[in-house]
Design a protein around this ligand. Structure first.
Ligand code: SAM
Length: 181
């Protein structure tokens, strides 16, 4: 499944940390890329630094026009999934998503343009209470992985310089093939 995240409404001064965490969460749960509406080179660089260190091919596209990105995605057969507390339930949405779909998952920051509710193929609620775009994205991606029979935490990240060896206590990291405790 090809999955990208579209982050809209990003305000450089206020949202840098949350937008970075959206990218990191998407990467950690198996998405392929993030499109950032607006420009924030530092967010792009922070996420790319993590990818360089920990592996994989997660791409960040900076300074994207959200409407053009959506139109292009749809033109190439992709589906638009807008995460919003006003949408249909995640269970109902997942029953309408197929494992070979190409998904663009849209998350907002502040109030999103009302047009988005019409342009989206599915407006999906992760519960009908307001919470966080990071939480909504994490839960949605995890449920999507489960639907495909994938464990969210067994994705491969080839080419990384570091790999964690899980420990009950303490930290163990393989760094450039040399174990570091
Ligand atoms: N008040 C804003 C509005 O009405 O659009 C929402 C702001 S909320 C802090 C930021 C983003 O978190 C939303 O655009 C949405 O993508 C996501 N979000 C928050 N709660 C959600 C929920 N229950 N289900 C799905 N997405 C949610």
């Amino acid at each position: 499944m090809n999955i990208t995240i579209l982050r809209i409404g990003h305000r450089q001064e206020r949202d840098a940390r949350v937008t970075t965490h959206i990218g990191l969460t998407a990467r950690a749960l198996g998405a392929d890329s993030m499109h950032l509406a607006g420009s924030d080179k530092q967010v792009k660089e922070s996420i790319e630094k993590v990818t360089k260190c920990w592996g994989g091919n997660f791409a960040v596209h900076n300074n994207i026009d959200w409407k053009k990105a959506i139109i292009q995605w749809k033109k190439h057969g992709g589906k638009i999934i807008h995460l919003t507390m006003y949408g249909i339930s995640i269970q109902e949405a997942l029953s309408q998503i197929h494992t070979d779909d190409k998904l663009m998952i849209v998350v907002g920051a502040e109030k999103v343009p009302s047009e988005l509710y019409q342009i989206a193929d599915l407006n999906v609620a992760v519960g009908n209470q307001p919470h966080s775009e990071i939480a909504a994205l994490a839960i949605f991606l995890d449920r999507l992985n489960i639907k495909q029979g994938i464990d969210s935490f067994t994705h491969e990240y080839p080419g990384g310089k570091r790999k964690i060896i899980p420990q009950a206590h303490g930290k163990k990291v393989i760094k450039d093939e040399i174990a570091q405790d």
